[in-house]
Design a protein around this ligand. Sequence first.
Ligand code: ATP
Ligand code: MG
Length: 460
Amino acid sequence: MPPGKLLRTSTFRLALLYLALFCLSVLALLAFIYWNTVGFVAGQTDATVNAEITGLAEQYRRSGIAGLRAVVDERSRNQRYSLYLLTSPGPARVPIAGNLDAWPPVETGPGGWLDFVYDRPVGAEIETHQARARHLSLAGGFNLLVGRDVEGRRRLELLIRESLLWVMALTLGLGLIGGLVISRNMLRRIEGIARASQEIMAGDFSRRVPVGGSGDEIDRLAANLNAMLDEIERLMTGLREVTDNVAHDLRSPLNRLRNRLEVTLMQEPSAPAYRDAIGEAMADAEGLLNTFNALLGIARADAGAPGENLEPLDPGALVRDVAELYAPAAEDKGLTLDHHIDDGLGLDGDRHLLSQALANLVDNAVKYTPDGGRIRVAARRDGDAVALSVADSGPGIPAADRARVLDRFVRLDASRHSPGSGLGLSLVRAVARRHGAELRLEDNAPGLRAVLLFPAMAER
Ligand SMILES: Nc1ncnc2c1ncn2[C@@H]1O[C@H](COP(=O)(O)OP(=O)(O)OP(=O)(O)O)[C@@H](O)[C@H]1O
Ligand SMILES: [Mg+2]
């Protein structure tokens, strides 16, 4: 993977931003620790020196220069890190007592404080140590210098400063490596998606985006893209089927229509023959129009996403209307048509599509059930779900054909004698899909029971 590309990824930039923030907080934390530790230790040194200088000044007041000299001498011998120097009056500052060889050659700072280095014998060697001391001018012109060896403190400061650098370097290094690894991983997965979409655009519609399996947001995105691709493929297949259907199944009726008209033209011209021919041609055209409309209706129901544009409606009213609409036809054929409606049912649906689907089912029942049969349309509660069903006592559909009859233009041999184009159940299936409902064809023993099972409202 080219590094330039990696650096331009948003993940890497995000990682950098995060790293910068992290470094800042680490820096703030370490600086806090540093200033506090150093300040605390320095404060303690100064306090010790101040206390001692107060004690020695008191000593001088009480027992004069001889007493002070004795104390300084004694302390110089015992105290390991304390420094003392008592000098004569005047600018020469000749040492009288103490463990410092000479007055340090530095300017006296504010408050009488001096920071200087001195040579200290450690074992056989001489080391240069950092020291901090306070100068006190005594009455009589004597100068007293009291201080501490702060070499330990200086080393501690150095150590803290050094670890601060190391920690910063380590944080930066690890952060950069982490950012690179994360963004490379991310980039690889995004590249996978990009490559898949390029192949799909190039015409391989069965190609899908790779899903890693960890279930993270990229996987969810990939799964959604795949679902979208499935849906697009399904719609495209549907569209192709419709075109194929139109090409194959409308060609023969159109040919028949043209042949009929041709034959009529070749016969002896006569008004009654023409009238008959026109009547038949109109019936053919009507049939063609119906088929067209049915195909368009199916395509339209199929094109909508499941659950789209649905509104709350009363399934009981649907059942009642359809039963009413088909009552005359059923009566003509000597069939009993009744309906059953459970109380308090509700459904989210497209009123127009649902009543058309129910009408198609009842139309089939009326068409295929012989005289004296019985048809029942019902809206029932089935657990949490709502079931709309049409049951008849006719010949039914053999179990082996139940999946097939849902396809467009499929008609069973047993029903060749009755009119129809084999599109009724296809529309019912499309409507069911649009509602996220399940279409079941069952054995009514005897007869067929078609059930539309709508999932519980809360699930949709
Ligand atoms: N209630 C039923 N009893 C027996 N067979 C049925 C029943 N309903 C459908 N079928 C069979 O299923 C086939 C397909 O039905 P479908 O409703 O799709 O088409 P159709 O009724 O033949 O034509 P169309 O509904 O388009 O006028 C029918 O031709 C018939 O063979
Ligand atoms: Mg039908």
